[in-house]
Design a protein around this ligand. Structure first.
Ligand code: HEM
Length: 79
């Protein structure tokens, strides 16, 4: 965790699958690259959008945080 690159909310916001091709999602301070997921095509996942901290929204999901396990961690969100 110590050597992870830090990104601001604004930098994360650009990786929303619209402004840039990357689809990144933050959960509990960690940023995951979900670009390879067809369930996040164009940055949209059901009613949720990438490029944000979605920590508070996981409670609306029919799944747990284990969905992040197979995705690469690209960095951490700056405080
Ligand atoms: C209305 C809310 C949501 C619905 C209905 C929903 C539904 C689903 C479904 C059906 C799957 C695939 C099956 C599974 O792994 O259980 C999935 C995967 C996933 N979800 Fe959600 N989800 C919701 C919210 C969220 C939120 C808020 C996040 C992020 C915090 C999220 C992140 C993910 C990720 C990363 C995957 C794995 C994608 C993959 O394996 O390609 N989901 N979701």
């Amino acid at each position: 965790m110590i050597n992870l690159q830090t990104y601001t909310i604004s930098q994360l916001a650009l990786r929303n699958g619209q402004d840039k091709p990357q689809v990144w999602v933050a959960y509990k301070g960690i940023i995951y690259d979900v670009s390879e997921s067809r369930l996040w095509n164009d940055g949209k996942h059901y009613e949720h959008w990438a490029g944000q901290d979605l920590t508070g929204e996981l409670k609306d999901a029919p799944h747990t945080k284990s969905v992040f396990e197979k995705f690469e961690i690209v960095g951490k969100l700056s405080k």
